[in-house]
Design a protein around this ligand. Structure first.
Ligand code: NAD
Length: 314
């Protein structure tokens, strides 16, 4: 029988993890404090598996066979019993993460990996006093994880080397691209980059340089196009005839000069919030929020299909 993965919390992210682990060949058991959410989750998981299969993104697996390995359970201790890894997906609240991890600590075997989906909370904040703290780690996915393969793996200072290596190997096996942090850092990697761009976008609008829609156009019609297949380092390497050294020689002074004008972080409030809201309410209205989410996921799916068949680098 295939190895078991436990998912604790069957909301947006828990459901996606279930799809990914089932696609990777694991048996998946889902738990939630709200039973009706688990029933809903099963419907979503079945649909997502079928949809991935239709787009050739199910790694050659049969969707019905993957779905037959997913089940729900209304007891937390039975959910985690015998699991090689449990993926915690409860809401982003430090008190709740501490409570859930303390509960799990008393139930798991010495070999179960306790992995959290937290977006921003470093693992040492909710695992320090646990007897299984060497088994704790963060695996932070990007939403929606079934179309965005990057996953941030953040060990706590006391996470064992074996748990780190095993987690990385499981992530690779289910088709993810793990990025392993060498040490804990507030906001991890993805959100620090995202917040840097968001802060500068806010400043440009607040200081009257451009309108909110211009920021989105610069990203969707410029930077973001390249960033979907080469990162900022590869971008600068290819942007100078002599590669990265040449680029840095030419542009380092200018980058430092401009960066010195960035200034203090701005709170996301006030007149700028009114401006940004007006733009978004016009272009992406709340009454069409669900439709716009489906549209975003549909486009991401097409991008995932394209990236799968992208030509290799020479
Ligand atoms: N939404 C995102 O874009 C995103 C992306 C990456 C990571 N994350 C992280 O994933 C985690 C889950 O986020 P989400 O968006 O899926 O939230 P969500 O609100 O959609 O789902 C959370 C689920 O946890 C359940 N829950 C609450 N308390 C519980 C408990 N004690 N035991 C078991 N289940 C419980 C809720 O009933 C709910 O179904 C958060 O830490 C979040 O930061 C979210």
């Amino acid at each position: 029988m295939s190895e078991k993965i436990a998912i604790v919390g069957s909301g947006l992210i828990g459901r996606s993890w279930a799809v990914l682990f089932a696609r990777g060949g694991y048996r998946v058991v889902l738990y939630d404090v709200k039973e009706e959410l688990m029933t809903q989750a099963m419907g979503v998981i079945e649909t997502q598996l079928r949809s991935l299969h239709e787009s050739n993104l199910l790694l050659g697996k049969d969707p019905a066979e993957c779905f037959s390995r997913v089940s729900t359970c209304d007891s937390l201790s039975s959910t985690v019993e015998g699991a090689i890894l449990l993926q915690e997906c409860v809401p982003e609240d430090l008190g709740l993460k501490r409570k859930v991890f303390t509960e799990l600590d008393s139930m798991v075997s010495d070999t179960t990996i306790l992995s959290s989906s937290t977006s921003c909370i470093v693992p040492s904040k909710f695992t320090e006093s646990l007897s299984h703290r060497a088994n704790c780690i963060v695996c932070h996915p990007v939403n929606p994880p079934h179309y965005c393969p990057a996953v941030e793996v953040i060990p706590a200072p006391w996470t064992s080397g074996h748990v780190k290596e095993k987690t990385i190997s499981i992530m690779k096996q289910i088709g993810m691209k793990p990025v392993v942090a060498k040490k804990e850092c507030d906001g991890f990697i993805l959100n620090r980059l995202q917040y840097a761009v968001l802060q500068e976008s806010w400043r440009l609008v607040e200081d009257g340089v451009c309108d909110p829609e211009d920021i989105d156009t610069v990203m969707t019609g410029g930077l973001g196009l390249r960033w979907s297949f080469i990162g900022p380092f590869e971008t600068i390497h290819l942007n100078a005839p002599g590669g990265v050294r040449d680029y840095c020689e030419r542009y380092s002074d200018g980058i430092v000069r401009v960066s010195n004008t960035f200034g203090e972080p701005r709170p996301l409030t006030g007149e700028t919030l009114v401006k940004v809201t007006e733009y978004l309410e016009g272009d992406v209205p709340m009454e069409k929020h669900k439709d716009n989410l489906e549209w975003r996921d549909g486009v991401l799916k097409q991008l995932a299909v394209f990236k799968q068949s992208m030509p290799d680098k020479p």
